[in-house]
Design a binder for this molecule. Structure first.
Ligand SMILES: [Zn+2]
Length: 307
């Protein structure tokens, strides 16, 4: 009798618990239905617009499945991939780029802006670039893209190149080992692709490769098809010098007086909230470079290494 009573008790408890679960689910669904009802069609439309992926700008090159279309001779064409590295792996497509000859004709300046996109300084920089008809390269962080996806879309649709600059830029989370670094890079690829439908092949490692990467980083990045570019000219806008716009223009002038490798000036700048001086210096920087006979390119896998 005792056993039967216990069995009935267990069964009753089981029904009670399962029932609770269903009730919770039913409640959840009711809440969801209610919130959908309240959100109204306007909000759904707004969300659809916000999520819409921009069409590929005319000038851009999208890598084909085996990367055979990446040997280019136009330094103004940004290059992207329609697959993430994990999508390539899953589809059995090559992940590593074929050998690509660097572009070394003429004096090319590559204006690069790291750490954005923010919604204050990046739009000002984009306005200036548009005014001069110049394209630049923006190395973006995943957490900034999440906050300002519309600015990322503007960078893309206005024909600039987008590079991957990790998810959160935190050195102690990026440089314990290459797996942690690769995770931030591939997570950021997913975030970028969510908003513009493609992902970058170019990366810039926070802090620069020298001093940050141990010898195992480069082979891993190469095997995954990423090309990293540091810089050989800097406006020093992320240093304790806190230069004025005039000083930044002077730094670019001084650093481009010496012979740069492959005639390529890869110029490090930053585009986030506290970089007003960088935006203010940009017209003067462009003038210095134009006066020295530079034309402007965007960073792609064919861009030479800065040193
Ligand atoms: Zn940075």
């Amino acid at each position: 009798m005792k056993i039967n009573f216990l069995m009935i008790l267990v069964l009753a408890l089981t029904f009670f618990l399962v029932g609770c679960g269903d009730d919770n689910k039913a409640n959840e669904n009711a809440v969801k239905a209610e919130s959908n009802k309240n959100s109204g069609s306007a909000t759904i439309e707004e969300e659809t617009v916000a999520k819409a992926i921009p069409i590929v700008p005319d000038n851009d090159v999208i890598a084909n499945d085996n990367f055979s279309n990446l040997q280019l001779n136009d330094v103004t064409k940004p290059v992207y991939d329609k697959y993430t590295i994990w999508e390539r792996q899953e589809a059995g497509l090559p992940m590593e780029l074929p050998p690509i000859t660097n572009y070394t004709e003429g004096k090319i300046a590559y204006l690069t802006f790291d750490d954005g996109p923010d919604n204050k300084i990046t739009p000002i920089i984009l306005d200036i670039l548009k005014n001069y008809g110049i394209h630049a390269t923006f190395y973006v962080c995943g957490n900034m893209v999440e906050k300002n996806p519309d600015v990322l879309k503007r960078i893309y649709t206005e024909g600039h190149a987008i590079g991957n600059h990790s998810y959160n830029h935190v050195y102690k989370e990026l440089y314990p080992n290459v797996d942690k670094f690769l995770k931030q890079i591939s997570d950021t690829d997913e975030i970028i692709k969510e908003f513009i439908g493609v992902r970058p092949l170019i990366i810039r490692t926070p802090g620069g490769r020298a001093g940050m990467w141990t010898p195992d980083y480069e082979p891993m990045m190469t095997a995954c098809g990423y090309v990293e570019h540091d810089w050989n000219v800097s406006v020093e806008d992320a240093t304790s010098k806190k230069p004025t716009p005039q000083e930044m223009i002077y730094f670019v002038d001084e650093q481009t007086n010496k012979q740069l490798k492959d005639n390529a000036a890869i110029i490090l700048m930053h585009s986030k909230e506290d970089k007003g001086n960088t935006a203010a210096a940009l017209p003067g920087i462009i003038k210095v470079l134009v006066d020295k006979g530079y034309t402007f390119g965007v960073v792609t896998p064919m861009t030479p290494q800065p040193w």
